[in-house]
Design a protein around this ligand. Sequence first.
Ligand SMILES: Nc1nc2c(c(=O)[nH]1)N[C@H]1C(S)=C(S)[C@@H](COP(=O)(O)O)O[C@H]1N2
Ligand SMILES: [Mo]
Length: 354
Amino acid sequence: MVWILFSYAFINSMEPDEPIRKPLPPGLLRDYGENAEMCWEALAGGGYVTGNDRFYVRNHGPTPEIDVASWSLRVDGPGVERGLELSYEELLGLPAVSVICNLECAGNGRVFFEEDQGRAVEGTPWRLGAIGVAEWRGVPLRVLLERAGFKETAVEAVPEGVDGGRRPLPLAKALEEDTVLAYAMNGEPLILDHGFPARVVVPGWYAVASIKWVRGIHVSEEAVRVPWNSEEYVMVGREGGMSGARGPAVTVQGIKCALELPWPACLPRGRHAVFGRAWSGGGGISRVDYSLDGKEWRTARLEGQNLPRAWVRFTFEWDASPGEHEIRLRATDAAGNVQPDAVPHNELGYDYTQ
Ligand SMILES: Nc1nc2c(c(=O)[nH]1)N[C@H]1C(S)=C(S)[C@@H](COP(=O)(O)O)O[C@H]1N2
Ligand SMILES: [Mo]
């Protein structure tokens, strides 16, 4: 990742739009209508998790209206022995766990396909703010699937939102201990924009799998084709994928990092402690290197928590001389994955890990 820094007053003057309900204050979130991206400078000086007020929003329509009194959750389908229907209160009464992990849109970094590679791609022009880390509290999907009596022949759990959004999860992934149906985010009940009354959270996978506003979980005995695993959220032009799909579905997150600075950033001359965060679906981050001239690389200091499916904060000193500068960053994860010098183009602009 190349971070651009030069003297330029950046003003976000967009007004909050209706499709998202929470306020979108400039400096915290950049408004794209149905979507809003976190401003990286909004993490400066903050804690390990991302505040709910600055967590990005990715919707495929306006945030829906939901009356929790008439809402219920159904677990059904040929892959379970008995259908299950739960009210909100019943859901809150089930055994719960807390999971700290990030959610990241597969299109995070998409704008760089155009800015760095000169080839425009479809979709929201996310810079790097389509990510956030939260502490999610909810019921493991395993608990729900066990109560419904999933069969040995079950293949996928397919959560469905009230907006019709669906993304099949292989049963093994659904049964992992930290895959949850969350009803709280950072100690507060979920708000509508983030999936109230309940949303799936699938740590380590691009967040299209983390279905919001869940009204049902259908358990199938075969692979289920939906638009989000065959038309969109697929790597167009790559081998694999289910029959009739445009490419293999995106699942495990790539490796990325970003600085807690605006884009571009304007800093006074002199010494600065520069901070950033790095994350990977391949496990915890083991190191972050930075280069001020594109030739000599140094290693940044990692500090604080470093949870595998969340992120780690890193820092280094920079003595800023007047002028325009590019800072290069390169993260490495515990599995040995390193951010590449170049990423292959893909038509829908996913997985920009450069
Ligand atoms: N029902 C439903 N779930 C959904 C979506 C949606 O539009 N509808 N968007 C998905 C995508 S693409 C992302 S990146 C995440 C965004 O979650 P957030 O808005 O809470 O950050 O939700 C996922 N879950
Ligand atoms: Mo997404």
